[in-house]
Design a protein around this ligand. Structure first.
Ligand SMILES: CC(C)(COP(=O)(O)OP(=O)(O)OC[C@H]1O[C@@H](n2cnc3c(N)ncnc32)[C@H](O)[C@@H]1OP(=O)(O)O)[C@@H](O)C(=O)NCCC(=O)NCCS
Length: 131
C-alpha cells in the first residue's frame, strides 16, 4: 500500500467530542481515491459507486497529521477498486480501514463506459533483480 497524501487535523475537522469527525475523514478519502482513479484511468469523469464496511479503528486528534493509503484491489471493465487505510503519520496508528471503494468510469451522460485498462497497464512490472 502506498500513502499518497497527508492531511492536518484542524479545528473545523472535529466532532462534538473534539476528535476527528468521521464524515470529514470519509470526504478526504473519497476525494483522494477519486483523484487516484481519475489519474490512473486518464478520465476526469469517474464517480464513486460503492464503499464497503468502514472500520473506525482509532480516533484522530487536532494537530495530528494523517496519511491516506490506497492499494489496487481490482480493475474491471468500467470500474476500478481500491482498499484504503488511513493512519497517523508519526505513530503509524491506524485510524480507519475500508476494504473496498469502487469507482466507475462514465461518459458525458453519466453512463458507465469501459475504461480500456487492465491491472497490468496500471501497475507496471517491477524491474527484475539479479537473482
Ligand atoms: C455509477 C453508475 C453510472 C453505474 O451505473 P450501473 O447501472 O450500476 O452500471 P453497471 O451495472 O454497468 O456497473 C458499472 C460497474 O460498477 C460495478 N458495480 C455496480 N454495482 C456495484 C456494487 N454494488 N458494488 C460494487 N461494484 C458495483 C459493476 O460491477 C461494474 O463494474 P465493471 O464494469 O468493472 O464490471 C450509477 O450507479 C450512478 O450514476 N451512480 C451514482 C454515482 C455518483 O453520483 N456518485 C457520487 C456519490 S453520490
Amino acid at each position: 500500500m502506498k500513502f499518497y497524501s497527508r492531511k492536518l487535523i484542524k479545528p473545523g475537522d472535529l466532532n462534538a467530542n473534539n476528535t476527528l469527525f468521521g464524515g470529514q475523514l470519509l470526504k478526504w478519502i473519497d476525494e483522494e481515491a477519486g483523484i487516484y482513479a481519475m489519474s490512473k484511468l486518464g478520465n476526469k469523469r469517474v464517480v464513486t459507486k460503492y464503499i464497503s464496511e468502514i472500520d473506525f479503528v482509532s480516533s484522530g486528534k487536532q494537530g495530528d497529521i494523517v496519511e491516506i493509503g490506497l492499494e489496487f484491489l481490482a480493475v474491471g471493465r468500467t470500474s476500478i477498486s481500491f482498499r484504503c487505510v488511513v493512519r497517523n503519520l508519526v505513530s503509524k496508528k491506524v485510524i480507519i480501514k475500508i476494504e473496498k471503494l469502487v469507482f466507475v468510469n462514465v461518459d458525458q451522460e453519466e453512463k458507465a463506459v469501459p475504461h480500456g485498462k487492465t491491472l497490468a497497464d496500471l501497475i507496471p512490472l517491477a524491474p527484475r533483480g539479479n537473482t
